[in-house]
Write a protein that binds this ligand. Structure first.
Ligand SMILES: NC(=O)c1ccc[n+]([C@@H]2O[C@H](COP(=O)([O-])OP(=O)(O)OC[C@H]3O[C@@H](n4cnc5c(N)ncnc54)[C@H](OP(=O)(O)O)[C@@H]3O)[C@@H](O)[C@H]2O)c1
Length: 283
């Protein structure tokens, strides 16, 4: 089978864009550190905020960027405002920064469940609001983020938002109605795959392999299979068929997987998580 490998994309740098990262916690911190590593924005153009003054000081020293507790000041100086607080804190934060918002600024929120419309309405402006759902492998640059646009977003703003999340992995653009499904699939997905890797490693132990070797074999196999799907562009079924020799070992393993209902179980897991995301979004 011939393998066509796509060229990887490096995000272009944006040294003149002034950025506010409101809520530089786990995910905000991951993004901010990726911006610095990739030189996406100039360090002196980044202003991050947190709630605790002592944490602001420590992060400022650690990252070499301006970190404070002053959201209004950070937004006043920014072209781009990233919102990274917990979902229940978003409305209060937008209310707080309202005096510093203008229609020329761009808001990118990665708070789960919070709709672009509610941010637009609280801001009380025709302002571009993009909503994103990243996932935890972003910490290693192997994340995937789905982005959707609010009513007033321009193509240039959407491109800017994609560049932001390309620093921590891939991006896809979806309609906002699909964001709960994204949460159920790629948001929760790492947990499902950790269970699959753990189970495969356990299987390796059952057939006599040392645990550390079994874990490495399982994890690298999952990584390699994912890379094959992404980089060849082939349908996963075609790649599976290429491993499955007639009357060989793999078909016996697949038979067990199908009998155990792995496929249906995974589909149901994503359906349940999507439904839960929908409930959380409704409050
Ligand atoms: N973690 C993930 O994997 C992940 C994935 C997708 C989406 N998200 C979304 O990302 C958001 C943050 O999650 P997280 O896991 O990064 O949480 P987190 O680590 O608790 O970060 C939240 C940060 O917000 C700061 N903060 C709270 N209120 C603030 C305010 N009014 N002004 C300025 N800063 C404020 C906190 O400051 P202090 O540090 O001083 O308390 C903290 O640093 C959530 O909405 C979540 O849905 C997270």
């Amino acid at each position: 089978m011939e393998i066509a490998v796509e060229a990887s994309q490096t995000p272009a740098q944006l040294p003149n864009v002034r950025v506010a990262v409101l809520g530089a916690g786990k995910m905000g911190g991951i993004l901010l550190q990726a911006f610095l590593k990739e030189n996406l924005f100039a360090a002196e153009k980044i202003h991050a905020t947190v709630t605790h003054a002592e944490r602001a000081l420590a992060l400022s020293t650690q990252w070499g960027v301006d970190v404070s507790t002053d959201n209004v000041e950070a937004v006043r100086q920014a072209d781009l405002v990233l919102i990274g607080v917990k979902p229940f804190q978003v409305a209060g934060l937008v209310e707080e920064i309202k005096p510093a918002l203008t229609p020329e600024k761009t808001i990118v929120s990665f708070a789960a469940s919070v709709k672009t419309k509610s941010i637009e309405e609280t801001a009380g402006l025709e302002i571009g609001v993009i909503r994103a759902m990243p996932n935890t492998p972003s910490a290693l640059g192997a994340g995937v983020a789905a982005l959707c646009r609010g009513r007033y977003v321009t193509d240039a703003q959407m491109e800017l938002a994609q560049r932001i999340f390309q620093t921590v992995g891939r991006t896809v653009v979806v309609d906002e109605k699909h964001m709960d499904a994204v949460t159920g699939l790629s948001g929760s997905g790492p947990a499902y795959l950790y269970i699959i890797i753990e189970a495969l490693a356990e299987a390796g132990v059952k057939v006599g392999l040392p645990r550390d070797i079994a874990t490495q074999l399982a994890a690298q196999t999952a990584y390699g299979a994912a890379k094959m799907v992404l980089e060849t562009g082939y349908h996963p079924a075609l790649l599976k068929d290429a491993v499955t020799t007639p009357a060989g070992c793999t078909i016996d393993g697949i038979l067990e997987l199908e009998e155990g209902g792995l496929r249906v179980t995974l589909i149901k897991a994503v359906m349940r998580a999507t439904e839960r995301a929908r409930q959380l979004a409704a409050g």
